[in-house]
Design a protein around this ligand. Structure first.
Ligand code: AVI
Length: 322
């Protein structure tokens, strides 16, 4: 088992924080939510009653384990299962157990932007399923995709769960899907989770929980700037604000300044001012319908082979082929 780390991530953090805070309107990417504290907050979010996504996808995988596993299987040559944004692997473990228990010949390659998440998962799998062949890696999706070309010797199944694609705007999602497609060969599959459009209140509640964990998660980007880049943000002077547009399916998170202030970020030589009620856009969480997923697939030259859904059709896992 190996775990590679990417030191240039902190340079990207500096560059993107500078760009985002000097832009009008201000923005910060949600990919910077995830450090040790952010990972823990996200784990807590996944356990919230309001955050229906995790249970919906868990149910889909648990209720269709055999059908999904058998789609993945290559009896002759074995296969590689590559998971982008693996997180804690709770849902994937259901499949891993099926595959291991049914004599699949495979390597599991979890990849996550969070070094901490990858390490925890690798250690946990080593304990829970010691016979499993695991090859974990830390990295950002786009640069890791380049390195996947080495995984070309046998059938590949690429998994992206958690509706992680929803954190990308459509043009970026198409770029992402196209790059995945470029790394796929004829019998390779892409198994991806897409949160679906539904009652707007259900979506707003999922991103605006009553216990304030999502608020802390959103503000964690400010905490990271303070800790890692010498910033002096006062997170209590910002409120977490969530919007959902049922027409476009886009949920957006903001941090809104409750008073005029000036903030300095020493390590990037930056002082920025905020007007009262000025915003920082921090995240999008896109919700989909079949037509939109079909359109994204077509733009990326992928075809939808089939999909699996939960009883409420709140969430869907689609299987794509090149
Ligand atoms: C990781 N990602 C798909 C989550 C989402 O639903 O957009 C992150 C999240 N943000 C707030 N709550 C959860």
């Amino acid at each position: 088992m190996s775990t590679n780390t990417k030191p240039q991530l902190s340079t990207a953090f500096k560059k993107e924080v500078f760009e985002g805070l000097t832009n009008s309107p201000k923005y910060l990417s949600s990919k910077f939510f995830y450090d040790k504290i952010g990972d823990k907050l996200f784990q807590d979010i996944m356990a919230l009653p309001e955050y229906y996504l995790t249970n919906a996808e868990y149910d889909i995988i648990s209720n269709n384990t055999e059908a999904i596993g058998e789609l993945f299987r290559d009896r002759e040559n074995g296969m590689d299962m590559i998971e982008l944004g693996a997180g804690d692997g709770k849902k994937t473990k259901v499949l891993l157990k099926y595959m291991a228990g049914n004599n699949f010949n495979f390597v599991y390659k979890p990849i996550d932007i969070s070094e901490n998440a990858v390490e925890l998962l690798a250690n946990n799998l080593a304990k829970e399923m010691p016979a499993l062949n695991v090859d974990a890696e830390v990295g950002e999706y786009f640069e890791v995709l380049e390195r996947l070309k080495g995984y070309d010797k046998r059938k590949k199944v690429i998994m992206v769960l958690g509706s992680n694609i929803g954190n990308l705007e459509h043009h970026k999602a198409i770029e992402f899907l196209s790059k995945l497609k470029d790394g796929m060969r004829g019998d390779d599959l892409l198994f991806m989770g897409f949160d679906q459009k539904k009652n707007p209140q259900t979506i707003l509640d999922a991103y605006n929980d009553s216990s304030g964990i999502t608020e802390a998660f959103n503000k964690n980007v400010l905490m990271r700037i303070n800790k890692e880049l010498g910033g002096n943000f006062q997170p209590e002077k910002f409120i977490h604000w969530e919007t959902y547009n049922p027409e476009t399916g886009t949920a957006k998170s903001f941090l809104v300044a409750t008073e005029a202030m000036s903030v300095t970020v020493e390590k990037i030589n930056l002082t920025v001012t905020f007007d009262e009620w000025e915003t920082i856009h921090t995240e999008i969480s896109q919700k989909y319908d079949d037509a939109t997923v079909q359109w994204l697939a077509q733009q990326a030259n992928l075809t939808i082979e089939t999909y699996f859904t939960d009883d409420n059709s709140h969430y869907k896992n689609y299987v794509f082929r090149k």
